[in-house]
Design a protein around this ligand. Structure first.
Ligand code: RET
Length: 273
């Protein structure tokens, strides 16, 4: 893995704070989603629980990533007149980028699962979609990993291209096949689902771009910092914001399925007191 030997103070602080922000967002969303399960019908709770699991797994990995990052660099030159403070890589294991891939290997299939679960589709349709999406997502992450940890740009391009094949297949299944299956959904859900898919496309697209920065001529410490920001912010949107949208869909569907539940939920709102 290409290790960055030196970061400026600003670069170190930027990565440090971004990782910290992601950790806080993941932990808070986990609590929110678990606490929100009674606000949807039991048939939609699995989707919320899986979404909370995704955020929990990510919170754990961000804690490990944060820990790995903050112990990999040491401040030198602080307080010495005329010397700029910088952060140098401590000799040893270095910063472990592998945690991200372990995280994605677990969370990406779960994210796809929660997307399908919230739609409460007929069992046969659900099974067929999951059989396509889950193996493809695992393949995408596994093929991307060797390219992430190499400093050789040709190898990076080859693995990146291989990983893009299952990535495009997932988009095809979500945009073409899922659209067909989702025709039976209430109109409001159809709209939310369209939003969900666009969020997915916009955030998932950030990962290959962040990965490809060294091939686009941005290298060294800058590439490292942009990649950490790209991956972290995309993770917050793809897991936390996505989870909140799943909650919204589950709630709309709950109200739509059961008027008595809708009535009770509305009565609880302070505005109707
Ligand atoms: C890699 C390697 C280069 C090619 C492609 C990639 C795609 C990664 C994606 C990751 C999504 C992660 C998510 C995590 C949130 O839980 C592996 C960077 C296409 C799409 C959604």
């Amino acid at each position: 893995m290409e290790q960055i030997l030196e970061l400026s103070n600003a670069q170190f602080q930027t990565v440090y704070n971004t990782l910290s922000l992601a950790l806080a967002a993941m932990a808070a969303t986990t609590i929110f989603l678990l606490a929100a399960t009674p606000r949807v019908l039991p048939r939609y709770r699995l989707a919320l629980i899986v979404s909370a699991m995704v955020c929990f797994i990510a919170a754990y990995h961000y804690w490990r990533i944060f820990d790995s990052f903050s112990s990999s660099y040491i401040a030198v030159g602080a307080g010495q007149p005329g010397v700029q403070e910088v952060f140098e890589l401590v000799k040893g294991d270095g910063f472990n980028e592998g945690y991200r891939y372990v995280d994605w290997l677990l969370t990406v299939p779960l994210l796809l699962f929660e997307t399908i679960a919230v739609l409460a589709l007929p069992a046969a349709v659900r099974r067929s979609l999951l059989w396509k999406l889950i193996p493809a997502s695992a393949l995408m992450i596994i093929l991307g990993y060797p390219g992430e940890i190499t400093a050789d740009l040709t190898a990076k391009a080859v693995w990146g291209t291989l990983s893009t094949i299952p990535f495009l297949y997932i988009l095809y299944v979500l945009f073409v096949e899922l659209s067909r299956a989702a025709k039976t959904q209430p109109t409001q859900v159809g709209k939310e689902l369209a939003g969900l898919r666009w969020l997915l496309l916009a955030t998932w697209g950030v990962y290959p771009i962040s990965y490809a920065l060294p091939m686009l001529g941005i290298d060294g410490a800058d590439s490292f910092v942009y990649r950490q920001i790209g991956y972290s912010l995309a993770d917050v949107l793809a897991k936390c914001l996505y989870g909140l949208l799943i909650f919204k869909i589950a709630r709309i569907k709950s109200m739509d399925d059961d008027p008595a539940f809708a009535e009770q939920e509305v009565k609880e709102a302070p505005s109707s007191k």
